[in-house]
Design a protein around this ligand. Structure first.
Ligand SMILES: [Zn+2]
Length: 99
């Protein structure tokens, strides 16, 4: 993966290369009953440069995360979760569809 820099711009982050606002998405990997429940994956990407990064993030058990894949059939969402590149691609297309 190429090195990708983001810079702070007020209360958001922008891509250091092209200035596009950085998009992000967090999702859980483990079921509620797991002791690892709070270990989540955080994705961040620039739709201008088509580059993304992922990191393990800690998200409190009490915080409810929006599930961007909830409207998809089960097998489709499983397929997307398996590949970060596909997931970012999908989320990016979703964002563009919004008015
Ligand atoms: Zn960029």
């Amino acid at each position: 993966m190429a090195i990708w820099d983001t810079v702070e711009d007020g209360d958001r982050r922008i891509c250091a290369a092209c200035g596009t606002a950085v998009r992000s998405y967090q999702f859980r990997l483990y079921p509620t009953e797991s002791s690892m429940f709070e270990r989540c994956v955080g994705l961040a990407w620039c739709s201008g440069c088509r580059i993304y990064s992922s990191a393990m993030v800690h998200i409190s058990r009490t915080r409810v995360l929006a599930d961007a894949l909830s409207s998809l059939p089960e097998d489709e969402s499983v397929r997307l979760r398996r590949s970060e590149a596909k997931l970012v691609d999908y989320l990016d297309r979703q964002d563009h569809r919004k008015p």
